[in-house]
Every structure is written in C-alpha cells, then in structure tokens.
Design a protein around this ligand. Structure first.
Ligand SMILES: Cc1cc2nc3c(=O)[nH]c(=O)nc-3n(C[C@H](O)[C@H](O)[C@H](O)COP(=O)(O)OP(=O)(O)OC[C@H]3O[C@@H](n4cnc5c(N)ncnc54)[C@H](O)[C@@H]3O)c2cc1C
Length: 452
C-alpha cells in the first residue's frame, strides 16, 4: 500500500486522570462506574454522542435473554443497568425466559445518569486514535474530535473499545478470527405500525424453538435447547425466497424479533446476519452498513407480505452503526478456553461469575441448569504492555469462550473487574499486572459482585 509520512507535532493535553476508560459499551460503562465508585478520578471517552455501545448505538436490547428460572446469574453493575432502566419505565419483558429488554433510547439516559452519579468525567464525540507510551507502560491516549487532536494522560487505561484498538496501538499481542470464520455482522432496526395482537396470535400458532436456528447454523447444543421457545422468524423468509421476493441463494435474512410494544413498535429486530466482513477494515464496514440496509428493506417487505399483523409496518430506524460480534481479542496473561466455559471452571483470581451461556460459532447452550464458570482476572491483562487492562468482548480467550464472554452481561463483569482492579492497583501503588487480586476481590464484593 502506498504510504505518506505524517509531520510530528505538539499535541495539547486536554486532561489528566487516574483511570481512563476508552469505549462505553456494557464493558466500558461498567468499568468507569466501578473505578469511580472506588474513589479515583475516572474519565470515560466515547467516539459517538451517547454511552452504551452496542445497546444504544446498534439497538441490541436483550441484555439478559439467557436467564431462566434456575440460572445462577451475575450480580453487579449489569443488573443495576436492568433495574435502573426498569425504574424509568424503559423495559419490556423478553418473549422467552426470565428477563427484561432495555429500551435502547431510555438506556442512553440511564447511562448518562449512572456516569454522573458515580462522578465519572464524561467525554463524548472523541475518537481515540493513538497511545502515549513510557517504555512498555501506557501513559494515555490521543483523541481526535471537533476540538482537534488532543492528549489525555492517565495512570491506568482500560481498553473497552470492543476491537482492542488501544491495546493494539500500544503493542499488545492479539488474535483475530480469520474473516471467513468470523461471526456475522448485523444492521439492527426497528419498525412501527405492527398489530401486536395479530402477530402474537400467529406466533402462538407457529411456535419456534432454538432448534429452528439449526437450519442456518447447524448448531451444537446440549439437547435441551431444541425444546426452548425462541422468537425466531425463519418460515416467513423461506416463503419470501420460494416466491422470489428474496433471492433464493440469500440465506442472510432470518433471525429474531424481541420487543413488541402495545404502541405497535417492534424494536431490536435482528433479522440480517452477514458473513465475510471484518469490522476492523473500514472498507468492509462501509460495505456492511450499505448492504445491511438493503437487506433490511427486503426483510421488511417480506414481513409486510407474509407476517400477520405486519401489513402496515414501516421502517422506524436503523441502529446508528452496524452491529459487530467478533474482531480482535488480546492474548492475555491467561486465555480462557472452551473447556473452561463448558466445565464450570474455577480460578483463584476470579473477578466474577458468568452462567453457562454460549451463543456463537455454531454452539448454543442456555444456562437453564444453574451451571456457571468463574471469570479470571488474567484475561483482562495484556502481555507486554503495563498499566493497561481490557474489558468487554476483546478479553483474552478462544473462539467458544468468546461466544460466552461477548454476551453483554459478561462484558459488565469484565468491565467492573477492570475498573476496580485499576483503582486498587493505584491505591496499592503497584502496576495493574501486579495488583493484589485478593484485595480486588474484596472491593468487588463490597460493590455487590458475586465472585463464587
Ligand atoms: C446484532 C447483535 C446482536 C447481539 N445480541 C446479543 C444479545 O442478545 N445478548 C447479548 O448479551 N449480547 C448480544 N450481542 C453481543 C454484545 O452486544 C456485544 O458483544 C457487547 O455489546 C460488547 O460490549 P463491549 O462493551 O465490549 O463493546 P461495545 O458494546 O461494542 O462498545 C464499544 C464502545 O467503544 C466505542 N469505541 C470503539 N472504538 C473507539 C475508539 N477508538 N475511541 C473511542 N470510542 C471507541 C464504541 O463507540 C462503543 O461505544 C449482540 C451483538 C450484535 C452485534
């Protein structure tokens, strides 16, 4: 590729802080709130105009859809997200299991409030583009915004960008699933004008289960998943393909509906699953956004034609950006494995738990049994770079463990763990890799986190 040389220049320092969190999805939001609750100066930097990441920017509202009566679930800031949104009247029951859907718009306000209440210094519309290093230790980041190029210095940095942007620029080792094996990307959307009662009557007459996903995914499960109801829409699109409305070879249209309000709004529609896109490649991102919108319009046309109650449905909005499931993951001090997440692993350096919920790469296991694994601190700690932790979907692990830890509630667990560990390492006066994990665990317990 042809290259140019950028001129070196002086960059003004916008702020100095103890803990700097980059990215505000479920991972980053939990990290910033947790660090600030430990009493250290904390700043949260986000490239878009709202906090919440995939929840608010993509429109994925199903933060805990895996939860059933016997699920042993996480405790901590992720549960507060649900409770706070419910208290604002911003939830609807998920059509299966035992959880509520977050209204993505209301959650923007919930996030604003929780950030302010914790005393986190917020910075929106700021894209992190580079890192400031002192030897192998991170000392801050460089941002680009409408104010120009500025630096933010910090004693600890938490990378919660989803894509490990900061860790990679700091020189940490990472892995990326090959493009042809990556999980699909999705343009999530919402519709208005749906006749709820008519559609729910159709769903009752045509019940679908997780087994219906298998036609597209050949999913492995523990067996019980085949009996579990799923708000899956496949047959409608099969008919649209048979009639030539959707090209026969186009299998990327099918998926799940979730929130259906009495006002006729269907939000969080996850009906387009596009393979072959690497979301760390700007040209792939461009193609994905445009192709995703095209497919959504086809999906809506099929719903209007074949789904009872959808005859007058209209597109309400697309998510602000395409939804991404899978890009880079750091190589950590520990790399969690499929064996760990499928066998109730226990760790001395646990910072939380997560139920045995796996969804991705052809495996679907729902935690209906009370089985859970512990989440170790080592997966937040990159190799080679000091005073940097990661949180959210870019933590260290293999493919199947990613299918568990990418879940939003799991991201809040690694986020809260990273935030508390960063703060405790500062109080203890040691690098974040050397923090006394027992002290971190005690602080997490005081914050209401379940460790074992
Ligand atoms: C379509 C879809 C459906 C899904 N369904 C579910 C589901 O039902 N349940 C579930 O639990 N999980 C689901 N997931 C997975 C889950 O949503 C994600 O894995 C999770 O949100 C990741 O959280 P995160 O905090 O790591 O990253 P994100 O939520 O992606 O947040 C990253 C944040 O960092 C910001 N950022 C990125 N780079 C920079 C930068 N350089 N500078 C500044 N800011 C930056 C982004 O704008 C964003 O706000 C789904 C994912 C998708 C895409």
């Amino acid at each position: 590729m042809k290259q140019i040389v950028e001129t070196a220049r002086k960059v003004p320092v916008l702020a100095e802080t103890d803990v700097l969190v980059v990215g505000s999805g479920p991972g980053g939001l939990a990290a910033a709130i947790a660090a600030a609750r430990e009493g250290v100066d904390t700043m949260l930097v986000e490239r878009f105009g709202c906090f919440g990441g995939t929840i608010t920017q993509v429109g994925v509202e199903s933060i805990a859809w895996y939860r059933y009566r016997d699920t042993v679930d996480v405790e901590g800031i992720g549960i507060e997200f649900e409770q706070r949104t419910k208290a604002m009247g911003g939830t609807t029951p998920f059509p299966q299991g035992n959880s509520d859907l977050l209204d993505a718009e209301v959650f923007k306000v919930v996030a604003d409030e929780m950030v302010q209440e914790a005393g986190v210094e917020p910075l929106l519309h700021a894209l992190a583009v580079d890192v400031v290093m002192e030897g192998n230790a991170i000392r801050g980041i460089v941002i680009e915004s409408k104010s120009g190029r500025q630096a933010i210095l910090a004693r600890r940095v938490i990378d919660a960008t989803g894509d490990a942007d900061i860790a990679v620029r700091a020189g940490a080792s990472y892995r990326k699933t090959p493009r042809e094996e990556m999980m699909g990307v999705t343009v999530v959307f919402s519709c208005s004008g749906v006749d709820r009662e008519q559609f729910l009557a159709y769903v009752r007459e045509h019940p679908t289960t997780i087994a219906d996903w298998h036609k597209d995914w050949s999913a492995q499960s523990s067996g019980k998943e085949k009996e579990i109801f799923s708000p899956y829409l496949g047959e409608i699109f099969d008919r649209a393909r048979a009639d030539g409305l959707i090209p026969r070879e186009m299998t990327s249209i099918s998926g799940t509906w979730s929130s259906l309000k009495e006002t006729g709004e269907a939000t969080g529609l996850n009906l387009v699953y596009m393979l072959g896109y690497d979301a760390t490649d700007v040209r792939d991102l461009t193609r994905a956004e445009m192709e995703g919108r095209r497919l959504v319009m086809l999906a809506i046309e099929a719903m209007r034609r074949y789904a009872p109650g959808w005859e007058k449905a209209r597109l309400r909005n697309f998510g602000m950006r395409v939804g991404v499931r899978d890009t880079r993951k750091i190589i950590g001090r520990y790399n969690i494995t499929e064996r760990d997440v499928r066998n109730q692993a226990r760790f001395d350096d646990a910072i939380g738990i997560f139920p045995e919920f796996i969804d991705g790469y052809g495996v679907v296991i729902l935690p209906t049994t009370g089985r859970y694994f512990q989440v170790p601190y080592g997966i937040l700690v990159p190799q080679r770079v000091e005073n940097l932790l990661v949180a959210g979907r870019c933590v260290a692990g293999d493919k199947i463990s990613h299918a568990a830890l990418r879940s939003m509630m799991a991201c809040t667990v690694t986020g809260q763990g990273a935030g508390v560990a960063a703060a405790v390492s500062l109080k203890q006066g040691v690098a974040s890799s050397q923090v006394d994990v027992a002290r971190v665990q005690r602080a997490l317990c005081r914050q209401g986190v379940r460790i074992d």
